[in-house]
Design a protein around this ligand. Sequence first.
Ligand code: COA
Length: 463
Amino acid sequence: MDEGVKALFEPRSVAVVGASRHPGKIGYEILNNLIEYGFPGKIYPINPKAEEILGLKVYPRLSEVPGTVDLVVVSVPARIVPDVIDEAGKVGAKAAVVIASGFKEVGNEELEEELVKRARKHGIRVLGPNVFGIVYAPSRLNASFGPTHVIPGSVAFITQSGALGIALMGMTIVERIGVSAIISIGNKADIDDADLLEYLGEDPRTRVILIYMEGVRDGRRFMEVAKEVTKKKPVIVIKAGKTEAGARAVASHTGSLAGNVKIYSTAFRQAGVIEAMTVEEAFDWARAFSYLPRYEDGKLVLVTNGGGAGVLSTDMLVSRGVRLSPPPKSLVEKVREYLPSFASLGNPIDVTGQISSEGFVRAVMDALNNDEVGAVLAIYCQTAVTDPMLIASKLVESVDLSGGLRKPLIVTMIGGEETYWAIQRLNKARIPAYPMPERAAAAMATVINYGRYVSRVRNLRNG
Ligand code: COA
């Protein structure tokens, strides 16, 4: 494990160079986040013009800090950064997060090279420049100027876009997607996706890794590392800059080369990396992976009270390579006992619009508890004879009573405001739920395809 990358995630002490006295300035907000998120180690604000900020003693320069400094967050203008790195080297820092913009992304390549040269001289690993920082929940580390209180969980999010990353950080809070890490990777002058993947691949607190990528510096190394990591946990990538105009926007944003779309897609597939086309897909899938056990084998059964939603889900599954076979006979016999005579007992099992809330949950649970079934997609359309919140609560209760999920269950709830709250209820209980059938079906297809991928590569290795 690279010591510098480790120090980025698990520093014992952090210095903020450019910690500002003024609320609203980046250096102030980073210091505030570090304190508010509860970093347990030493925090050293550095500012030659201040004596105390946010109740902490301020040091005029790094060399005057009394203890050791593992991680230095650098929030001073670009031209001063190389000198700060020299100082960081003198106090034995192992990693630096360089917030400043004004490097390669605006054509200032020399300054970026100088930064890297000095960091290498001192053995310091650099995140950035041009980043909003890093959050690592297990260390209670929020060295960023994004939202303060991200919800701890198991999704690690690496983003090459700063503002989008900060905005999505906020979204994870609203959507209650727990994160292990959020890393702004910026210009990738030193630390790149592969370095972070190596760490996160080994991190027991991270179950799924999501990357917003504009370009990759060393494609071969990224693929080599990704290939190993995807055997253990899913890696989802949103590749931006797919069109010519998009690629030009990438060049002026982070100075990366967007590259050829097809080459990226092929390489991702070969390394087992899951490519999402939209941010919505990426977060939908990350949520499913973070909540669910891995799909092993067995039939996928769809249970629905709405024929049309069942058809749409089937189309989405098939278009993503998941075929549906008839449900197990034992399941058909069981549900026949209580479903209306006109219920359709194929796959999807259409329990009909006449079914009660209890009946719907019963059918979902019967499917889930059947030994031949490997995964269940429950598709619910709001009707006057059912209550979405009752369904959500009963489902949560039944899953709890049966000892938790041992196979993937994904739910879609289509309807009015009540379904919105029911979806929140399910997600809070770690049963992934979505408001549209296609989104739930795409998430299920992704979970199944990844489960199959892992089995395939494991069988290859064992065979
Ligand atoms: N060591 C320590 N502190 C120093 C210093 C030094 N050598 N030189 C100056 N400072 C202090 C300043 O006095 C100031 O403190 P104050 O506000 O209490 O006076 C603080 O450090 C910050 O310096 P300042 O010159 O005011 O810079 P700034 O806060 O306006 O801007 C950046 C610094 C890094 C935020 C800015 O240059 C920048 O790059 N902004 C863009 C960041 C960005 O968008 N990144 C990408 C996100 S995705």
